[in-house]
Design a protein around this ligand. Structure first.
Ligand SMILES: [Fe+2]
Length: 374
């Protein structure tokens, strides 16, 4: 192998392509510590790692892979953590470390010393920590697959890294309790007679919409999730984390559950309390909110849903979602929804979607909608 390499280098030399020996490092561009995103990139990872003095700087973030450089102060550590679905590779460029790994936080039975040029492989699902046991900053780079941190991540200190992690966990926290009646994966029981919502929604429409369309989504989902990671997942988890057919059917079940269960034959009128205040704050008045909500529903091209949704601070907005879409995928909590698939109104209103949307206000149970907001 060495001989072949020598011949190749000698050949290059003789051809006059390069005066540089094959062992010599090519000249690299000056270090510019930033996230190069998913762009084609060549850089001197050693120089980048040694130049970095932030706790963590992301330098490349692609679809399936991410690289960060880290500097751990003397006596510090990476922090005990576990990446449930992410494998991790690390390489130490400077310093000395103790590497620990284990199946639980308290049984870190794998213990190794590592130093310059050592590689560390952390399997998904393993608790792990890397402790700087030397007398200078521990400089290392890390490769995650898939990416672990948002594009452009810079954590100047470990405290900052922990704060960002807590914020991310909070953002991933579910809005709904598994026991809410609209979270069932079975066909919901309607809390009113099939003719009770007429004329806003006729008996015939309810029978088809609930008994045929929603039943179809329930049946499909049951078959689709068998043997998958979603077999025991709740609807909110499926809507947040799945895609394709599972997302479409789980989304349609959750959307229809929220839709059917927000109506009552004694509904209508205006919201009150905190929800009413938030609607006034966001839209000026309840009447204006209704106008904007109807306009969003009418303006939605094709099939979908119009939503009133709240962010984590309670601020309300109207979103339009195509097909099985739900504001959950935008980090928003769904509060109220009107179905603008034709199957929701065609028997009663034919192509007059605007008339259907206007008539639905008469059956909205604002107590139920408010309970989703609180
Ligand atoms: Fe529908």
């Amino acid at each position: 192998m060495k001989i072949r390499l020598f011949s190749f280098c000698a050949g290059l030399f003789l051809l006059g392509w390069s005066m540089m020996s094959c062992d010599q490092k090519p000249k690299s561009d000056p270090v510019s510590l930033k996230d190069y995103g998913a762009a084609p990139t060549v850089l001197d990872i050693d120089a980048y790692t040694l130049s970095n003095s932030n706790f963590r700087t992301a330098i490349w973030t692609g679809v399936n892979l991410q690289s960060t450089v880290m500097s751990i102060p003397v006596g510090g550590d990476v922090g005990l953590e576990k990446h449930p679905t992410t494998d991790q590779f690390l390489r130490i460029e400077e310093g000395t470390a103790q590497v620990v790994m284990g199946d639980t936080e308290t049984s870190l039975t794998f213990v190794k010393t590592a130093g310059k040029d050592f590689a560390i492989f952390v399997p998904a699902g393993k608790w792990h920590n890397i402790i700087n046991t030397g007398n200078k900053p521990l400089k290392l780079y890390s490769i995650y697959s898939p990416a672990e941190h948002p594009h452009g991540t810079i954590h100047k200190t470990q405290e900052e890294a922990e704060e960002a992690e807590e914020a991310e966990e909070a953002a991933n926290q579910h809005f709904f309790n598994k026991n809410e009646n609209f979270m069932t994966r079975e066909l919901i029981q309607l809390p009113y007679a099939t003719d009770a919502l007429a004329p806003a929604i006729s008996r015939q429409t309810i029978e088809f919409h609930h008994g045929k369309h929603l039943q179809g989504y329930v049946n499909n989902l049951k078959n689709l999730i068998q043997g998958t990671e979603f077999a025991n997942a709740d609807l909110e988890t499926m809507v947040r984390e799945s895609d394709g057919a599972i997302f479409n059917n789980a989304g349609q079940i959750l959307n229809h559950n929220l839709y059917f269960l927000q109506f009552s034959p004694t509904g209508g009128g205006n919201p009150s309390g905190r929800l009413a205040q938030a609607i006034n704050a966001a839209f000026g008045s309840f009447e204006n909110f209704q106008k904007e909500f109807e306009a969003a529903g009418v303006g939605l091209f094709g099939s979908g849903w119009v939503w009133l949704a709240a962010d984590r601070d309670g601020k309300l907005s109207i979103t339009k979602e195509s097909n099985a879409g739900n504001p959950l995928t935008k980090g928003l909590k769904p509060i109220l929804t009107f179905d603008v698939w034709e199957h929701a109104y065609y028997l009663d209103f034919q192509n007059r979607r605007a008339d259907q949307l206007k008539s639905l206000w008469s059956i909205v149970d604002w107590k139920i909608v408010a309970s989703r907001y609180n």
